[in-house]
Write a protein that binds this ligand. Structure first.
Ligand code: ADP
Ligand code: MG
Length: 252
């Protein structure tokens, strides 16, 4: 479903992503972990062409991008098939939960209002928020806002969903409700990549975990392999550091 080959990204003369290659099969959930500044967000943003990759190729579904040249149309096509969930929920403050979800269905997919509302209710139910459909973002908790953002993304029925630290902006007591929703939706036929610091969650939901450091993929393996018998020294050091930080409740 996703195939990335020899991807590089420079910001000016800073080499941020260094020869990234990996693939993600349909239905897989990949957790992306790694220290701050290692390039996780840049990678996710390149996949969605929110950042312009400098060199390399990206294949997502039927779409093929050979950096750095690609037509505007490709960006538009890609965004139709690739959903994004950000750390900040990016909901429209002046629209209700229902209308936030329905908006893309009406404007991008040109569905009529009744159909869009009906489908939106379906996805709001999926994230446990049917009864909050008429609430505005300011009337919802951070966790509920993020669940609306997830419903909005799912409603577009993307081939791939990319999430960049979806729970990092949440108060600790709200993290679990959002992780539970993500766990539930990633069980279904959706291909996803999720950048997260929640290692227990990563272990729980992902088919593979990708560990990044200094712009490279250091190791990409099943959760069992990566967490319990990492092959690379750098992975071990990262995991040890995490285990020592009890706030993250990561025990192996
Ligand atoms: P992570 O998400 O793993 O914390 P990022 O992908 O956000 O890491 O950042 C990787 C590196 O790229 C950092 O050194 C960061 O300063 C740099 N970087 C990210 N975005 C930009 C940008 N728009 N311009 C210049 N440098 C950037
Ligand atoms: Mg980041």
């Amino acid at each position: 479903m996703i195939e990335v080959n020899h991807l590089h990204k420079y910001f000016g003369d800073q080499h941020i992503l260094k020869d990234i290659s990996f693939d993600v099969k349909a239905g897989e959930t990949i957790a992306v972990i790694g220290p701050s500044g290692s390039g996780k967000s840049t990678l996710i943003r390149c996949l969605n062409l929110l950042e312009k990759p400098t060199q390399g190729t990206i294949k997502i579904g039927d779409m093929f991008i050979e950096a750095p040249h690609f037509p505007k149309k490709t960006v538009y096509e890609l965004r139709k098939h690739v959903g994004m969930v950000f750390q900040s929920f990016n909901l429209f403050p002046h629209l209700t939960a229902l209308k936030n979800v329905a908006q893309g269905l009406m404007t991008v997919q040109k569905k009529d209002k009744a159909t869009a509302f009906e489908e939106s209710m379906h996805y709001l139910s999926k994230v446990g928020l049917a009864e909050k459909a008429d609430h505005y973002p300011s009337q919802l908790s951070g966790g509920q806002q993020q669940r609306v953002a997830i419903a909005r993304s799912l409603a577009m029925q993307p081939q791939v969903i990319l999430m960049d630290e979806p729970t990092s902006a949440l108060d600790p007591e709200l993290v679990q409700e959002v992780l539970a929703v993500i766990k539930e939706v990633t069980k279904e036929q959706v291909t996803s990549m999720i950048v997260t610091h929640e290692l227990n969650f990563a272990k729980d939901v992902s088919s593979r975990v990708m560990f990044m450091d200094q712009g490279r993929i250091i190791e990409c393996a099943t959760p069992n392999e990566l967490f319990f018998s990492p092959k690379q020294e750098r992975t071990m050091m990262f995991l040890e550091k995490f285990a020592a930080m009890s706030v993250h409740d990561f025990s192996i």
